[in-house]
Write a protein that binds this ligand. Structure first.
Ligand code: GLV
Ligand code: MN
Ligand code: MN
Ligand code: MN
Length: 386
């Protein structure tokens, strides 16, 4: 908890919660904090080709046991999503050291870059680049809302974007990955659970184009207002998701140019769909096209990220549920562990969140549950390191 307390004032958002985004100043401060803390714990920190930080306990090597998470947040995010898994990993290392334990295989704590995609739109950016799930050219060209490219932002943060891309050296080193994380829904009534699955999920951008015009002089039948089909798309997303037991969210919608007395010329909205996300987006796209045509507008739909359903390694799950006497928990939240799961056995440990709220300032964990989570992580690492 004292490690998490160190971070309490870094990157606070004006509207509440945190704004800590890939390669921005707040994230840089957090990364610096990590370097210092890891150094204090006797770990050697290196940055990989994609801006992920690795803190090695002993010599780096293949088939390593790796734990960690991310330090960035969503806009207005809580204090635990990400930092719990990083601070928890450092605390678990201290705990293991205090018990005189040294790992029998290479061991690292990792901090993945821009897990939330809060700045450049693609979640799990660092782990997707590392594994080759995201094309390096596409990544370099991603832009934040101010038009800054990922390549520019990385360069400013001291990471050479020319080196982005699948990193077989780093990938070969990952033998097993375990990520400690705050539970993000109302699924958990015991302190700790082991992750079972992650829902299929993706993000799609819907760009509506109409005709910018005067809000006072343009009679309704003359309008080609892209906000109207955009609004219809939000409602269609809710309707479609509810019929196929899925989840659909429009958390960001940007009218251009954005004036109260201006009919927008364009509207961009981003659909986050989970569960049967491809089925959802197909139906929502059809609804958006109908709504756009009815208003004399056009719409284009672009997939910005996608991940299929992930089932974590059954043998690792069985080992951890037995060792920790913990239940399993499925989640709709994405994680770097779910990206790595395609390459190495990976597991999630979730810590109870009594508010059931996440990606918002109310996200919370009791101190005793955080401690149980760290103890569980330390036990898991000890068991897996032999
Ligand atoms: C990441 O936390 C996500 O599931 O969006
Ligand atoms: Mn998150
Ligand atoms: Mn997270
Ligand atoms: Mn005027």
């Amino acid at each position: 908890m004292s490690l998490l307390d160190d971070l309490a004032d870094v990157g606070r958002a004006a509207g509440g919660g945190y704004a800590r985004h890939g390669f921005d100043r707040a994230e840089a401060e957090l990364r610096e904090w990590f370097r210092e803390q890891a150094g204090r714990s006797g770990l050697d920190v290196e940055t990989d080709r994609n801006g992920n930080l690795w803190a090695w306990w002993g010599e780096p090597g293949r088939d390593a046991l790796v734990t960690g998470s991310h330090l960035d947040s969503v806009p207005g995010g809580g204090a635990f999503d990400g930092p719990l898994g990083v601070a928890g990993a450092l605390a678990a290392v201290s705990r293991l050291r205090g018990r005189g334990f040294t790992p029998a295989r290479p061991f690292a704590v990792v901090v993945f870059a821009e897990e939330e995609g809060g700045r450049f739109g693609v979640p799990c950016l660092g782990s997707r680049l590392l594994t080759g799930a995201l094309d390096a050219d596409r990544a370099r060209a991603l832009r934040d809302p101010d038009g800054v490219t990922l390549a520019e932002a990385a360069e400013r943060a001291g990471v050479d974007p020319a080196r982005f891309g699948r990193d077989d050296v780093a990938l070969d080193r990952i033998g097993t990955f375990v990520e400690l994380h705050i539970e993000q829904g109302r699924g958990l009534d015991v302190p700790v659970a082991v992750g079972s699955t992650v829902l299929e999920h993706g993000r799609w951008r819907f760009s509506f184009t109409g005709q910018g015009n005067h809000a006072g002089t343009t009679i309704l039948r003359d309008r080609r207002d892209p906000m109207v089909p955009a609004a219809g798309t939000v409602l269609a997303a809710r309707r479609v998701a509810s019929t196929v037991d899925s989840r659909a969210t429009v958390g960001r919608l940007v009218p251009r140019p954005g004036g109260t007395n201006v009919i927008p010329s364009g509207v961009d909205l981003w659909l986050d769909a989970r569960g049967r996300s491809r089925d959802v987006v197909a139906e929502v796209t059809a609804a958006a096209e109908r709504a756009a045509a009815a208003e004399g507008c056009t719409v284009t739909v672009t997939q910005e990220s996608y991940g299929g359903t992930v089932t974590f390694d059954p043998a690792l799950r069985e080992r951890l549920t037995g060792l920790l006497d913990a239940p399993e928990l499925a989640t709709g939240a994405g994680h770097d562990a779910a990206i790595l799961a395609a390459h190495a056995p990976a597991a999630m440990l979730y810590v109870r969140n009594p508010t059931g709220i996440s990606h918002a300032p109310e996200e919370f964990a009791e101190d005793v549950d955080v401690e149980e989570g760290v103890v569980a992580l330390a036990r898991a690492l000890e068991s897996l390191s032999t």
